[in-house]
Ligand binder design. Structure first.
Ligand code: ACO
Length: 333
């Protein structure tokens, strides 16, 4: 990672890592399962393939590998980690948290562990929360993970959703001490007035699993794609502008944008509205689809490994998701 020394106030990314399952599901193979085509998926979304976890791989398995890579990249001992936050909407089970499962598997101490549910904004929400907890002085080093097995909540008979999502995990080690890209600012928000725009209706306390809910495919993700599309563009533009203003920065100061990787047309619309050229946006959704909470750390890790960021450059990370939620983070490299 580029080396930028930390100030007293900013958290820094000490290390980052990601993991995707081996199995690639291409558009053509998918079109043999549902009534769709490579041409439709590519032209409407920009996606060409996505990774799909094996039946015996759970979200914590994906998270474990990403976490190991982040720890290695940060060159720290696992004993230094005193906080674990896993952002996910596809936990291994309702409880205990995926973070607790990982604590044991990674051989961490008996440190604070919890899952955070903010859908696709989850990783950036988790950075915001981790930074606040580190700022309290009571925690020193956080492992923040975005991990999803979206394939486990896909309705593989619903062509309007199953073509969009993929599985994966990304992780970062965050601390107030040490060297790495600085987290300069955070902004998180939500509008809970229309929760059914994007939701998984059954399996919770309002509709526990019954033969009826299963027969009616209520345990799968449901989405109003058109409305989500419009909201996504609007909230990501607004969050980006507000975060920059709060930090006395302008659109012209932005060198890179790592947007939530849902649909290239959403990214293009956002770029147009912000008047930021598309070549400043990093996208890898063509190969991964929408991996929900894993999307931003997966893209960030890939961009870092490609050497995209030069010293002192400014990146905006911005996401939206079910809720609706949104979150944005400023990173100085
Ligand atoms: N293959 C072929 N045809 C399809 C497919 C498909 N996979 N899916 C839909 N269609 C059809 C529709 O049935 C419709 O047919 P009709 O005109 O005969 O009724 C036609 O294509 C057009 O459908 P639209 O919904 O109008 O297509 P649109 O251009 O809006 O694209 C899409 C749909 C890709 C879902 C888009 O709306 C979108 O990306 N929305 C945002 C989704 C998103 O980002 N979700 C993630 C949120 S993050 C989180 O928290 C998980």
């Amino acid at each position: 990672m580029n080396q930028v020394s930390t100030s007293n106030t900013s958290s820094v990314i000490l290390g980052i890592g990601s993991y995707v399952p081996k199995k690639i599901l291409g558009n053509t193979e998918l079109s043999s399962r549902v009534d769709t085509s490579d041409e439709w998926i590519q032209s409407r979304t920009g996606i060409t393939e996505r990774r799909i976890a094996d039946n015996d791989q759970s979200t914590s398995d994906l998270a474990f590998h990403a976490a190991r890579r982040a720890i290695e990249s940060a060159q720290i001992q696992v004993s230094e980690i005193d906080l674990v936050i896993v952002a996910t909407i596809t936990p291994d089970m309702a409880f205990p948290s995926t973070a607790c499962l990982l604590q044991h598997r990674l051989g961490l101490g008996k440190v604070a562990c919890f899952d955070l549910e903010a859908a696709c904004s989850g990783f950036l929400y988790s950075l915001d929360v981790a930074d606040a907890m580190l700022s309290s002085g009571r925690y020193k080093c956080a492992l923040v993970i975005g991990a999803e097995k979206m394939s486990s909540i896909m309705d593989w008979e619903d062509r309007t959703t199953c073509v969009l999502f993929g599985d994966g995990a990304g992780a970062a080690i965050i601390s107030k001490r040490g060297y790495g890209p600085k987290l300069l600012g955070f902004l998180s928000g939500a509008d809970g007035s229309n929760p059914t725009l994007l939701h998984q209706p059954a399996g919770g306390s309002s509709q526990p699993a019954t033969e009826y809910t299963i027969a009616n495919r209520q345990h799968f993700l449901k989405m109003n794609g058109k409305e989500i599309f419009k909201s996504a563009v609007r909230v990501m533009e607004k969050a980006t502008r507000e975060l920059l203003t709060e930090n006395d920065l302008d659109i012209e100061d932005v060198d890179h944008v790592i947007p939530h990787q849902a649909n290239v047309r959403i990214v293009e619309s956002m770029a147009q509205r912000l008047e930021i050229p598309m070549n400043k946006f990093f996208c890898n959704l063509d190969r991964h689809g929408n991996t929900s909470a894993a999307s931003i750390p997966l893209a960030l890790d890939e961009a870092v490994k490609k050497g995209l960021f030069k010293e002192d450059e400014l990146a905006v990370l911005v996401a939206f998701g079910a809720g609706l939620t949104w979150s944005a983070t400023l990173v100085r490299f």
